[in-house]
Design a protein around this ligand. Structure first.
Ligand SMILES: [Zn+2]
Length: 510
């Protein structure tokens, strides 16, 4: 599971998310835990989440070990490479760029006087490799909540935006998101740059930390060239020189009918970005169907995690990602084993172990940009992410319910397996943060019906406890509290789902 949400869904089915109350079985059939399957899942997870795999970080020896382990499982059970690329069997290359802020220069002038702020008071960032503006007048736009200034007013100028004023006290991430919306609107309306005055809760350090986390992209993604500056309240007071001061500007911005105006200042801003290339891979296998012309079903799980994520003096420095997502990979492997043993499906079944999910769903995006089959042929995709949370017998949640044509088929398989589905999912609906934090979201964007059907989303309390304790922390290790029962149940349910949707008679198509 990844941290940040992505953009808005094109599947924007607003409002009426179907609540399939009919799916709520009166009493879930007491599922007998499959001890053998639980043992198999545990064994995969113990290897993938071992310190030897070093937290499965893309581009490291931990990646090589992880890919070798997954592909050997697939090969031994008789699957074939699913990359459809003879030059790269099993492993589809994905190039990720890690971008870090490098140089930052902010110089201001009032009259003929040069005012340079120390690094702790000003920061300039660009989404490109280098961006520069010189001698641009500063236009004070207040909180940026009013109507946007005209393009003629903004062009060639640096819009100065108040971060804290008017913002309701809230999480720093929320403030940050609101600011970036206002900032992007100003850039789109013609501003040469936006300078945010950190007069609220946010600090320069938190801006840098957030930027670093978001600083990963596919090499195929176009570079931006925008400039964004941040200045502390103290630094801004120095620039203003007291007339007016920051408090006066805040009061002015809060008044009804506020209109943007020039400040008696110009800015020269420059930022550069340092790029590091990470060579990583999606692993892809295929179970050939009898009638591959009829399309394909996808099963996916991200293999990557954070590698070393803590610092001494902590004793355990590795984020092993036992639940996130050794559990999902283990489930995917055992789903494949059961499908291989059964009668051959009509449609092809692809198994995709994605990379760089934790860096922003980048492996899934790379898969969608260069798929081994036309994406329009994929009738259904099932993602597995962090599944070993609820015990056997827990009801299953459908992440992505109401957004695909799969719901009726999922309900039918649930009935056949006497399995309970929760009616109000933790993660359904187009606005759900959880929906946007898993690889299926990328496929939804590419018009592929993608859902996650798992017991982990059937139990709100347990899921919340996981997020509050081990999620993305070095404590997500193999331990007695891991629930193999729910994961085993997910395997059996997803095997049924794949069989159903790979059957051209049971599911004719989209
Ligand atoms: Zn995660």
């Amino acid at each position: 599971m990844t941290r940040a949400g992505q953009a808005i869904s094109r599947w924007g089915i607003g409002g009426g998310v179907a609540v399939l109350a009919a799916l709520l079985c009166a009493a879930p059939v007491a599922a007998k835990p499959d001890a053998a399957l639980m043992g198999q899942l545990r064994a995969h997870m113990a290897v993938l989440a071992s310190d030897d795999f070093a937290g499965r970080e893309p581009g490291t020896a931990g990646e090589a070990k992880t890919l070798r382990y997954i592909a050997k499982q697939w090969f031994d059970m008789g699957l074939v490479s699913g990359t459809n690329d003879p030059g790269h069997p099993w492993f589809a290359p994905v190039t990720v760029l890690a971008r870090e802020p490098a140089a930052s220069v902010a110089q201001f002038r009032r009259g003929g006087h040069l005012l340079t702020l120390p690094a702790e008071d000003a920061l300039v960032l660009t989404s490109g490799r280098r961006a520069l503006i010189e001698g641009a007048p500063l236009l004070f736009v207040g909180t940026g909540r009013g109507p946007l200034p005209a393009r003629t007013e903004l062009e060639g100028r640096v819009a100065v935006l108040l971060d804290g004023a008017g913002a309701a006290a809230g999480a720093s991430a929320e403030i940050s998101a609101q600011n970036s919306t206002r900032q992007n609107a100003l850039l789109a309306a013609g501003a040469a740059a936006v300078l945010t005055v950190l007069d609220g809760e946010r600090t320069l350090a938190s801006v840098v930390a957030r930027r670093k986390r978001a600083g990963y992209a596919l090499a195929s993604e176009a570079l931006g060239g925008d400039l964004e500056g941040f200045v502390t309240a103290k630094g801004f007071e120095r620039l203003l020189g007291g007339a007016p001061d920051l408090a006066a500007l805040q009061a002015e911005a809060a008044r009804p009918g506020f209109t943007p105006h020039l400040l008696d200042l110009t800015a020269s801003l420059e930022a550069t970005t340092r790029e590091t290339t990470i060579h990583t891979h999606n692993a892809i296998a295929r179970l050939p169907g009898k009638n591959p012309g009829a399309g394909a079903v996808l099963v996916m799980a991200h293999w990557d995690h954070f590698g070393t994520c803590a610092q001494a003096p902590a004793e355990h420095l590795i984020c092993n990602g036992a639940i996130d997502n050794a559990s999902g990979v283990a489930a995917m492997i055992e789903i494949a084993r059961r499908l291989v043993k059964g009668p051959p499906p009509d449609r092809d079944v692809y198994f995709v172990a994605t990379t760089a999910e934790e860096l922003g769903l980048l492996g899934a995006e790379a898969f969608a940009e260069k798929p081994p089959l036309p994406l329009g042929k994929v009738v259904a995709a099932f993602n597995l992410d962090s599944v070993a949370i609820a015990p056997a017998g827990a009801p299953s949640g459908v992440v992505g319910r109401g957004l695909t044509p799969l719901d009726a088929g999922i309900a039918q398989v649930a009935r056949e397996q006497h399995r309970a589905l929760v009616s109000a999912d933790l993660a359904s609906g187009p606005t759900s943060d959880l929906l946007r934090r898993q690889d299926g979201w990328v496929l939804l964007h590419h018009d592929v019906p993608a859902v996650m059907v798992t017991s982990a989303y059937g139990d709100a309390a347990r899921l919340a406890r996981y997020f509050d304790t081990d999620y993305h922390r070095p404590s997500d290790v193999m331990k007695p509290t891991i629930e193999y029962g729910g994961a085993a149940q997910d395997v059996v349910f997803n095997v049924g789902l794949v069989r159903f949707f790979a059957d051209v008679h049971k599911y004719p198509g989209k």
